[in-house]
Design a protein around this ligand. Structure first.
Ligand code: CP
Ligand code: NVA
Length: 331
């Protein structure tokens, strides 16, 4: 079987394709509810809970004129032990594309390997590429460019961090990663970032990481499935909270990102999450546009994108440079 174009992680597209998807996302956003995916069906196979990913895929597909079908394992024969591979073969006969949030990464690979339609990773324990697409869209919206921006990841070296580090490398964003030593991102992920000419700087000192950052990104310290480790894991994150004290070490224009859901008072303070520097609600909203761009790309290619939209988008961009001048004041 010829493998369709799956999105297991963000580097399953080239940097050029990444650009095209971001451009499509903007085109979809600016064009409104154009029915470019009429008659197409998206299956959403989720083994873990989700608010943003599930709803943005469902609403986004509807807005494009297509249909989304939510598939909880308990409603499928998968829940009674039908193999993932057999499920993938059967679903491929009905659906045009699948987005899957599987309990573990190998389960996702099994699904993708046996599917004859594209399978999008809607989060595994190792990667969250849909989140990275929305993050890059948000960063470019806010700063006017991706290249040359400086990011600080502060917290757990988890799935969101790993896809972000690779996506940032593909987009020319410099990344400094501050994690407790035992909870860093995988060496294999750093290697993949190197492939795009990026050398993420690695530290266990959040203050050092944020010193020249245009934005600080964090996520929960306990990801789904980490619950049992809470007592042993939590003490390692002392000093890693993104709060006003940490922001005082960053440039004045620094912005803050979080994929959500957040645990207020744990990895981020409420003051920062709800404060002026926060981009989190824009990130959450952009999940839908980014995934609409991705679905359009996977199902239609770039051929039927409305032309001219990008220019009006460019015209409306705030003229902010990444280093030094931000909307919240100067550094
Ligand atoms: N950020 C994210 O993927 O959120 P959900 O778990 O709500 O989908
Ligand atoms: N790292 C988090 C992200 C949730 C969107 C988790 O895996 O639970």
């Amino acid at each position: 079987m010829k493998q369709p174009h799956h999105l297991t992680d963000i580097d399953d597209v080239s940097p050029t394709e990444l650009r095209e998807i971001l451009s499509l996302s903007r085109a979809v956003r600016d064009a409104g509810r154009a029915p470019s995916l009429e008659g197409r069906s998206l299956g959403l196979l989720f083994e873990k809970p989700s608010t943003r990913t599930r709803v943005s895929f469902e609403a986004g597909m509807t807005q494009l004129g297509g249909h989304a079908i939510f598939l909880s394992p308990d409603d499928l024969q998968l829940g009674r032990g039908e193999p993932i591979a057999d499920t993938a073969r059967a679903l491929s006969g009905y659906l045009d594309v699948i987005a899957a949030r599987m309990t573990d990464h190998d389960g996702f690979l099994e699904l993708a390997n046996h599917s004859s339609v594209p399978v999008i990773n809607a989060l595994t324990d190792r990667a969250h590429p849909c989140q990275t697409l929305a993050d890059l869209l948000t960063i470019e919206d806010h700063f006017g460019s991706l290249e040359g921006c400086k990011a600080a990841w502060v917290g757990d070296g988890n799935n969101v961090a790993q896809s972000f580090v690779i996506g940032a490398a593909m987009a020319g964003i410099e990344v400094s990663v501050a994690t407790p030593p035992a909870y860093g991102i995988d060496a294999e992920v750093i290697e993949r970032a190197h492939a795009y000419g990026s050398t993420p700087s690695i530290t266990d000192d959040p203050i050092q990481a944020v010193e020249d950052a245009d934005f600080i990104y964090t996520d929960v310290w306990m990801s789904m499935g980490d619950g049992e480790q809470r007592e042993s894991k939590l003490p390692a994150f002392d000093g890693f909270q993104v709060n006003d004290s940490l922001l005082s070490h960053a440039p004045g224009h620094v912005s803050v990102m979080h994929c959500l859901p957040a645990v207020r008072g744990e990895e981020i303070s409420s003051e920062v999450l709800d404060g002026e520097a926060s981009l989190v609600w824009k990130q959450a909203e952009n999940r839908m546009y980014a995934q609409q761009g991705l679905l359009t790309y996977l199902l239609n290619g770039t051929k039927d994108v409305s032309v001219g939209v990008d220019q009006s988008y460019q015209d409306s961009l705030q003229s902010i440079e990444c280093t030094g001048r931000g909307p919240m004041g100067s550094s």
